[in-house]
Design a binder for this molecule. Structure first.
Ligand code: NAD
Length: 498
């Protein structure tokens, strides 16, 4: 059985003898085992990071940026290999796996401009003979804890900005698809990153807790489900760290009566079922406004869903592949059963789907529910599978209230031709990322990613300038260069510039 290792600084001894199975979701069998590290391993990893970080922080930002440029080139050169590796553990189709890597690379492109982003502020003559300036310095050692659903993009969101700003970075990827993060770390080393500046520790809760408690780690970035995000946030903050913890989602797509329905159906099927619905920016809830819109949309969705091709992740014609493991498949199918029990109308049932020749694979067909209501548990909770739920709304105000009052507030979309309705919606909705006729409004890398409510704990978003702020601390210097004559000011009064 293949064993998936950590990626450590030279000489760091491995400890921890537990392992976790890594599946081949297409076949439904175990393909490798990942070694789970322990707290003793983290001690040595942090010590190696502490030894490496000062030299990296002292490397001028332009040289750090050159490592990013070279890393980008290497990832592009290895795109096919990385996409196949990603797809083989996650189960998303190859084209989507490339998208996962590409969205991460776009953060690396942002990080190539880090010398500009790190420039400080300066005020000349803030007082008599006094200048004030501020600089951004790395936090020191940062850690990232990432989910299974974007094994390239999310590690790159964090590591790109954390490394370019001069930190050492310790990544704890998901134990369900841990190979791509290791491969990315190898490419970073090949690109010129000094040894010890980036390490990947494999593990589960034991390693997460060790990271949260370690006094040598200054900042922790987490992405995963909301209960764990909340736990990570509380424990990390209690240990005195800076923490950003992104959680789950239940994104709504509002369809106004004037929307272009062909476009909506096209966008919705991709956003609800792409990557088997395993995206925090998937669109699993559609809210048509008025019954007429709902009926038309439902009639158009049924044949569009029937045309979806579920296949092995290497099938170039497949729209989506299997979910990540058997437990997740059972969980998603459990939510479909729950929706039926709660009285929602199951229009298309994706349960019991078997792909010929891959009967043990973790495949789920697409499902469509109509007449879902806000009191149903299957509406309140995240399903994270290929399931689209339709909640009918009588008016714009009713539709606006649904995502605004939901416990999650990651993304939302409105489909309309009416600029006024779109503008009102964008301004008033209680959600962090909004799409106007854009089904998956993941901000570009030089803007910032982050939801509201139970979709994110902490107040700084991922990547863009918010990422730079997260991975650096501000130092502000007030300077005066006296000419030698003694200033008679009264030192017992708080200095003012008045
Ligand atoms: P998860 O919460 O199960 O795991 C995330 C990380 O936490 C993993 O590294 C895992 O090892 C660790 N972990 C798991 N259980 C833990 C515990 N009890 N204590 C400490 N650490 C623990 O999430 P997942 O299933 O890998 O990913 C899917 C979830 O992530 C979904 O809820 C999805 O919406 C969310 N997600 C959110 C965003 C976002 O930016 N908001 C992006 C992607 C995914």
């Amino acid at each position: 059985m293949r064993s998936i290792p950590h990626f450590l600084a030279p000489g760091v001894a491995v400890s921890g003898n537990r392992t976790s199975d890594v599946f081949d979701p297409n076949a439904g069998s175990v393909q490798a085992q990942v070694t789970l590290g322990d707290a003793a391993l983290l001690e040595r990893v942090v010590a190696a990071a502490q030894a490496a970080q000062p030299g990296w922080a002292a490397t001028n930002p332009q040289r750090r940026a050159r490592v990013m440029f070279e890393f980008k080139r290497l990832v592009e050169a290895h795109m096919d290999e990385l996409a196949h590796l990603l797809s083989s553990e996650h189960g998303k189709v190859i084209a989507d796996s490339k998208g996962d890597i590409q969205r991460g690379l776009e953060v690396i492109e942002f990080a190539c401009g880090i010398p500009h982003a790190l420039k400080g502020e300066y005020t000349q003559g803030a007082g008599p003979g006094i200048d004030v300036y501020s600089m951004r310095q790395p936090v020191g050692i940062g850690a990232g804890i990432t989910p299974f659903n974007f094994p390239a993009m999310i590690p790159l969101w964090m590591s790109g900005v954390a490394l370019a700003t001069g930190n050492a970075f310790i990544l704890k990827p998901s134990e369900r698809d841990p190979s791509v993060p290791v491969r990315l770390a190898e490419l970073f080393l090949e690109a010129g990153l000094p040894e010890g500046v980036l390490q990947v520790v494999q593990g589960d809760k034991e390693m997460v807790d060790a990271i949260l408690d370690h006094p040598g780690i200054a900042a922790v970035s987490f992405v995963g489900s909301s209960d764990i995000a909340h736990y990570v946030y509380n424990r990390g903050v209690a240990a005195g760290k800076r923490v950003q913890a992104m959680g789950g989602a239940k994104n709504h797509g509002i369809v106004m009566p004037d929307a272009d329905l062909d476009q909506v159906v096209n966008d919705l099927t991709g956003a609800a079922f792409g990557s088997a619905g395993e995206r925090c920016m998937a669109l699993p809830v559609v809210v048509p406004v008025t019954d007429k819109t709902a009926n038309e949309l439902r009639e158009a969705l049924i044949p569009a869903i029937a045309k979806l091709r579920v296949g092995v992740s290497t099938d170039a014609d497949a729209h989506y592949g299997p979910v990540v493991n058997a437990a997740h498949k059972a969980r998603v199918e459990g939510w479909i059963a729950k929706g039926v029990e709660e009285g929602a109308e199951l229009v298309v049932d994706g349960r019991g789907f078997a792909l010929q020749g891959h009967e043990q694979g973790f495949f789920i067909g697409p499902s469509l529910f109509d007449r879902v209501t806000t009191s149903m548990e299957s509406y309140k909770e995240e399903i994270f599978g290929p399931v689209l739920q339709m909640v009918r709304a009588g008016s714009f105000e009713e539709a606006l209230a649904l995502p605004s009052q939901h416990q999650y507030g990651n993304g939302v979309a409105i489909f309309t031709r009416n600029g006024h309705a779109a503008r009102e919606f964008a301004h008033r909705v209680n959600v962090g990322m909004v799409g106007i006729n854009v089904p998956i409004p993941v901000p570009v890398a030089y803007h910032s990613f982050g939801g509201w409510k139970r979709s994110a704990f902490g107040d700084i978003n991922q990547h863009g300038m918010e990422g730079v702020r997260f991975w650096t601390k501000t130092k502000t210097i007030t300077q005066r260069w006296p000419d030698g004559s003694v200033d008679g000011g009264n030192a017992f009064v708080i200095p003012t510039m008045g």
